[in-house]
Design a protein around this ligand. Structure first.
Ligand code: RTP
Ligand code: MG
Length: 155
């Protein structure tokens, strides 16, 4: 990157089943594109129970864990890998607070959600988890490194 001290990172973003059911797929993808990040992976996917449990394994001891697994497996999700300078933290800002009632207007959860248990979208919470989650949700060859033909100002 030309931006001193900033790292090109990758993050796993997922439109949860409520986001798909409510027709928010295009709107959500659009926000990451317009911000200036690069899409490197994209698929519609029905998540099996085992994968949901591994993805959220840090939350296994929480009382809401079974409800969370039921939610994530309740219908198709949209799996995405996004790349860019500071993309992990920036994506979390675009998404907004976990509880949509605390999420600022202008964020995805702030604009489109009301309940923590129906908060529309997931974003990795660290660069390490970004790599881990992309590895969990995508197979070899599904994530594609590509160079934009124009827009060098994003590099
Ligand atoms: P995510 O991992 O989905 O991006 O969400 P997050 O970092 O903002 O929040 P996290 O603490 O990782 O929780 C993961 C998801 O679990 C559900 N949740 N339900 N009290 C509850 O009922 C509760 N707390 C969390 C939410 O769907 C949350 O996004
Ligand atoms: Mg989280």
């Amino acid at each position: 990157s030309m931006v001193t001290g900033e790292q090109v990172e990758e993050t796993y973003i997922m439109i949860k089943p409520d986001g798909v059911q409510r027709g928010l797929v295009g709107e959500i993808i659009s926000r990451f594109e317009k911000k200036g990040f690069k899409l490197t992976g994209l698929k519609l996917f029905q998540c099996p129970q085992e994968l949901a449990e591994v993805h959220y394994e840090e939350l296994k001891s929480k009382s809401f864990f079974p409800k969370l697994i039921g939610y994530i497996t309740s219908g198709p999700v949209v799996c995405m890998a996004w790349e860019g300078v500071g993309v992990v933290a920036s994506a979390r800002k675009l998404i907004g607070s976990t509880n949509p009632l605390d999420a600022a207007p202008g964020t995805i959860r702030g604009d489109f959600a009301v309940q923590t248990g129906r908060n529309v979208v997931h974003g990795s919470d660290s660069p390490e988890n970004g790599k881990r989650e992309i590895g969990l949700w995508f197979k070899e060859g599904e994530v594609i490194q590509w160079t934009p033909a124009i827009a060098p100002w994003l590099k």
